[in-house]
Design a protein around this ligand. Structure first.
Ligand SMILES: NC(=O)c1ccc[n+]([C@@H]2O[C@H](COP(=O)([O-])OP(=O)(O)OC[C@H]3O[C@@H](n4cnc5c(N)ncnc54)[C@H](O)[C@@H]3O)[C@@H](O)[C@H]2O)c1
Length: 378
């Protein structure tokens, strides 16, 4: 049970894939145990009426509107989650902040680096609480990798590899959508789509490349437009980044992969951190498996089956497996707990500064690919 009397009232702008996923987290908020903040979804905005219809089944939703200004004018909304195409991030995020609401923003937090900086600076000027969506670190396996790395137990860090791989775009007959067009998704393409997910844990550990070399690929340049014709597919599909990060005073290779065209991968998020004393590896391909190694005369990988070791306890049995809806709920729990000053040392959502830092990597990657050279960051 939660302990606060008045619930935090949440509004959603953008009721598509992610807007619905967020709604489903609030619909089972009571699953959180001894959690300090009540929350309810009160308002939803989407420009498509058919998207709003789905939210009519949620009893707490009192406002359905096609205009985000109307949602922002509601006195029944304290916090807003915005899940719209990237070219709309800046305008809508700034409107949220100027309406006096707090914001859980979707990545990439603006269509490019300049937009991300403007949003971050306005949030700071207005003193609003803003965090950016990135849910994978809340998986028990990722929590364990993070804790091991942060503890210093790995010894001198030798290498860092992180990535996020999809394959749904391999089919050239898949019709175009906004995520495949620069004007809506941004010139950074797949790095904007998948990049903050890859950057969040390294950034939280304080690890950031000071220079990088990037290889970017566009694989299918044209797709069906869904209306009998074709449309240009002009975003980067795959990005491989070779970075140099300063970790513990040493230059360490940091490899980052973001791919929409990675055969056989559906939604594979992974991280591997190798040190001289220990190492840790986790992938959503084996969602309950944590791999660690320890140095002895020989070294070998040890496999641990993890249960439901989430940062925020729920009614779910400790040996059960977690999935995407669970970590999305955990991310929301972290957001609302931190906003209430009750995070109590648990892992926090990505900050505006971290989102801006990731944009700096992607801007450098575009330059590196364009000029075919290593680019320094800051
Ligand atoms: N955290 C994650 O794992 C994750 C996963 C997928 C997408 N995303 C991010 O979420 C955001 C949305 O992606 P999605 O997959 O939900 O997209 P989507 O296309 O499924 O949904 C976007 C919705 O926004 C609505 N919309 C468009 N313009 C609007 C406006 N002016 N006002 C109100 N609604 C408007 C559309 O009608 C649509 O229903 C993007 O920033 C994307 O990068 C995050």
């Amino acid at each position: 049970m939660t302990s606060e009397t008045n619930p935090v009232r949440v509004g959603i702008i953008g009721g598509g894939l992610m807007g619905r996923e967020a709604a489903s987290a609030f619909a089972r908020w009571f699953a959180l145990e001894n959690y300090p903040v009540r929350a309810e979804l009160t308002a939803v905005c989407d420009v498509q009426t058919k998207m709003l219809d789905w939210f009519k089944q949620i009893p707490t939703v009192r406002l359905l509107t096609g205009k985000h200004q109307e949602l922002l004018g509601s006195t029944e909304v304290d916090v807003v989650y915005v899940a719209v195409p990237h070219h709309l991030h800046e305008t809508i995020y700034l409107d949220v902040l100027r309406a006096g609401k707090d914001l859980l923003a979707e990545k990439p937090f603006g269509i490019d680096l300049a937009a991300a900086r403007r949003i971050r600076d306005e949030a700071a000027r207005l003193g609003r609480f803003v965090r950016v969506s990135s849910e994978f670190p809340f998986l028990p396996g990722v929590q364990r990798v993070y804790q091991l790395a942060a503890s210093g137990a790995l010894g001198r860090i030798i290498s860092v590899r992180a990535g996020f791989l999809h394959s749904s775009d391999l089919d050239p007959e898949k019709p175009i959508n906004w995520k495949r067009q620069s004007q809506y998704c941004g010139e950074i393409g797949v790095m904007g789509d998948l990049g903050l997910h890859v950057a969040h844990v390294p950034l939280r550990l304080g690890w950031s490349p000071s220079s990088l070399y990037a290889q970017l690929q566009k694989i299918h340049a044209v797709r069906p437009d869904g209306k009998g014709g074709t449309a240009p597919c002009d975003t980067w599909d795959n990005a491989v980044i070779h970075g140099n990060a300063s970790i513990g005073g040493n230059v360490v290779p940091m490899s980052l992969e973001m791919k929409r065209m990675a055969p056989t991968e559906t939604n594979t998020w992974y991280i591997e951190i190798l040190g001289t004393d220990r190492g840790a590896r986790y992938s959503t391909k084996e969602p309950k498996t944590l791999w660690t190694y320890r140095r002895d005369k020989e070294q070998w990988w040890e496999k641990t089956d993890l249960g439901f070791g989430m940062p925020f306890r729920t009614i779910t049995g400790g040996i059960f497996e977690p999935g995407f809806p669970d970590v999305l709920m955990q991310m929301w729990a972290a957001f609302l707990a931190e906003r209430a000053g009750k995070l109590d040392g648990r892992f926090a959502c990505a900050t505006p500064d971290e989102a801006v830092a990731s944009h700096e990597w992607w801007a450098a990657a575009l330059q590196s690919h364009r000029e075919q050279k290593i680019v320094s960051i800051r």
